[in-house]
Design a protein around this ligand. Structure first.
Ligand code: SF4
Ligand code: SF4
Length: 286
């Protein structure tokens, strides 16, 4: 089971849900922090980190002594990462998407493979629960390849719980694609609803079953609930606005560790996610 916890906007409690669900499942699960621009699951989980690995992406390097300045590399690059200026080939490393097209078309072999660091992936554990976390290098702009690297290192024998980046752009799609179920965490406010609608549109394009967790459920209006009904999105869990929960969050303490009564709630959440996933599979195969 691969499961992605996402939200249309930041600050909805997405990481709280991911961490508590993972802790409730314990050694059956692996938590993947794919919010690589601002990973923070480790603050709540406090895992023992066993190692980190730098992650690189290939970029072209030019040997001017072999270059005939034909310009074919610049022509094929749709990201404008290579350009010709007089008798020079300029490579803008940060724009390169590592497609390899330039090296393929170069007729003289003047381009070889260099590398650019994307960031690093750390691995660890907490009482049998496995943990992976990606962190982008400062100044790096491309999150999707690093997110894919975090996911590639996941243990396929465990339930993967992916903490996605907020929003609906390419990094979120990299975190969501290919999972069995998506949980969208939202709050019942006009901003929450607006961003939830964008997130649901993205999920629908991927054709992945999806349910909602409504955080701070007793603030705002019932518009999110009406939207959920209208769009046939099951509300898997509602968490009330509670001072004690907010205090635990600000102290970086997981809910189920401080208030064990929530453990059953998160185990039930997993059961409901599993049922939703099975129902979708049956529908697809019918
Ligand atoms: S590898 Fe692809 S993206 Fe990078 S410079 Fe070459 S053609 Fe452009
Ligand atoms: S394709 Fe190769 S030979 Fe042509 S300009 Fe680019 S690096 Fe030089």
């Amino acid at each position: 089971m691969k499961l992605c916890i996402a939200s249309g906007k930041g600050g909805t409690g997405k990481t709280t849900i991911a961490v508590n669900l993972a802790l409730a499942l314990g050694e059956r699960a692996e938590l993947l922090d794919c919010d690589v621009e601002e990973p923070n699951a480790h603050i709540f989980l406090r895992p023992e980190i066993s190692g980190s690995k730098e992650i690189y992406t290939p970029i072209p390097l030019v040997d001017l002594s072999l270059c005939t300045f034909c310009g074919q590399c610049a022509q094929i690059c749709r990201f404008s990462a290579i350009t010709m200026v007089a008798k020079k080939v300029l490579i803008f490393q940060d724009l390169c998407h590592s497609c390899g097209g330039c090296t393929l078309v170069c007729p003289t072999g003047a381009l070889s493979e260099g590398k650019r660091q994307l960031g690093e992936v750390s691995a660890g554990h907490k009482n049998g629960l496995s943990f992976l976390s990606g962190r982008m290098r400062i100044g790096e702009t491309m999150a999707p390849p690093l997110i894919r690297q975090v996911r590639a290192q996941a243990d396929s024998r465990k339930i993967s719980i992916i903490d996605a980046p907020p929003g609906t752009s390419c990094p979120v799609i990299a975190a969501m694609s290919g999972v069995d179920c998506i949980v969208l965490v939202t709050e019942p406010t006009p901003f929450g609803l607006h961003d939830l609608k964008l997130a649901v549109e993205a999920v629908r394009l991927l054709d992945i079953p999806c349910g909602l967790v409504i955080n701070r459920a007793d603030i705002g209006t019932d518009e999110v609930y009406r939207y959920a009904q209208q769009e046939n999105l099951p509300v898997l869990l509602s968490i009330p606005f509670d001072r004690r929960i907010a205090e635990l969050y600000s102290e970086g303490k997981p809910l189920i560790e401080a208030l064990p009564v929530w453990r059953e709630t998160f185990l039930q959440l997993y059961e409901d996610i599993d049922q939703l996933t099975q129902a979708h599979k049956e529908k697809v195969h019918a």
